[in-house]
Design a binder for this molecule. Structure first.
Ligand code: GLA
Length: 385
């Protein structure tokens, strides 16, 4: 990504006056998958891949959007913000503006050009990255930075839930809004209490592995899993007064599990309860520097997402299994919503090239096309640059 080139392109589209630049990261989730909508704990981090954006105030009420990644320009009146399928990616910025205004803050017209270096549909949360990018632009340009970051995070989640219509939890927006260099965020999604944990993996690093399988149809499957969890919660509540599935201790779940007669619902609940427990164990292991244990917990998490939660699929299983077969990989798992997209692996630093060859070859042989690998640091949340 070359910011000077992007500036030139901005000038070509919108004219040469001054402009401001922002960067919004994407995220990985170390562990705690599909439990941010079950009141569980998650352990994500912002990464240094993400979305760059240039912006200029227009002095009117028109929002102009252009992207270097997607050939679709959108121009809308900010006094008439409605979801429109034809506006494609532009619906995310529109949703953010809509809910910023609803929260009582100012919005005005802008010219915007964005360019991301994360592939769309890779499951690294390009949508939350875009939402926070636009949110921080509006915060900086028209509100003097007075929107508290956590409020902005919630506004962006609302844009996705109630404007775009994806019922995601808060993890992605939180990681992208609140990220900090070299730290994972241990977030209790029930009460939004959080703690930064050092991502010191000793002589290992995280490799992101992209299956290049686009996450199509994933939104409907995602919403289906949410509904299954709600059903599970309803059944459990007949026997135990809890607010969220992740309030259940493992022993309580084991005592109550037979009351859930449908196998798939019982499996979803079991995943949520044990995954939540694994998040605590992983953050303890990180604090103690026990990276071997972190790796083993990643593998357990993937198995649970494969067998109990059923959100992995052939491509993710293949890339994760191949990674786990490599001797200097401590553990791998899918990251994000699943159904394609990316996985992460903890790998010995000096073996990374060999690891990528090993996994890349196996993946191509089995699946018939290439996967991709990224190495990136854990970075800061959204900011002006
Ligand atoms: C997506 C959602 C998140 C979370 C993950 C699964 O990334 O946006 O809120 O539910 O899936 O852990």
């Amino acid at each position: 990504m070359n910011l000077d080139e992007l500036r030139l392109k901005f000038s070509t589209i919108y004219g040469t006056r001054s402009m401001d630049a922002f960067f919004s990261p994407s995220r990985i989730n170390i562990i705690g998958e599909h439990i941010d909508y079950n009141g569980g704990k998650v352990l994500p981090g912002a990464i240094e891949l993400g979305t760059y954006g240039l912006v200029r105030k227009r002095g009117d009420n028109i929002l102009c959007l252009a992207s270097e990644n997607i050939d679709l320009k959108v121009e809308v009146d900010i006094d008439d913000l409605r979801f429109n399928i034809e506006d494609g990616w532009g619906n995310y910025p529109k949703g953010v503006l809509y809910f910023i205004r609803e929260a009582g803050y100012n919005i005005e017209g802008m010219d915007i050009l964005i360019e991301g270096n994360i592939p769309n549909g890779a499951g690294l949360s390009s949508s939350a990255s875009l939402e926070l990018l636009i949110g921080e632009m509006v915060n900086d340009l028209f509100n003097g930075g007075r929107i508290p970051r956590i409020e902005l995070v919630k506004i962006c989640q609302r844009a996705e839930n109630d404007f775009v219509g994806v019922k995601c939890g808060i993890m992605d927006q939180f990681a992208i809004g609140m990220g900090r260099r070299n730290k994972a965020i241990l977030l209790d999604t029930n009460i939004l209490k959080y703690e930064y944990i050092d991502m010191d993996l000793k002589d290992n690093i995280i490799v992101i592995m992209n299956t290049n399988k686009r996450r199509e149809l994933s939104n409907s499957k995602y919403n289906e899993r949410r509904a299954e969890c709600e059903l599970g919660l309803e059944i459990i509540r007949k026997y135990k007064n809890i607010e969220n599935l992740c309030d259940l201790e493992i022993e309580e779940y084991e005592r109550l599990r037979d009351y859930i007669s449908q196998d798939n619902i019982r499996n979803r609940v079991e995943h949520a309860v044990y995954e939540n427990h694994r998040v605590n164990r992983t953050s303890d292991a990180l604090k103690k520097g026990d990276i071997q244990l972190v790796g083993r917990l990643l593998i357990e998490s993937h198995n649970s997402l494969r067998n109990l939660y059923e959100v992995t699929g052939r491509e993710l299983d293949c890339i994760v299994d191949s990674a786990n077969e490599y001797p200097h990989c401590l553990g791998a798992r899918m990251t994000g919503a699943g159904f394609g997209g990316c996985a992460i692996a903890i790998v010995k630093k000096n073996k990374v090239e060999e690891f990528m060859d090993f996994v890349g070859n196996r993946y191509r042989e089995e699946i018939g096309y290439d996967g991709e690998f990224y190495i990136t640091d854990i970075g800061d949340g959204v900011k002006k640059i």
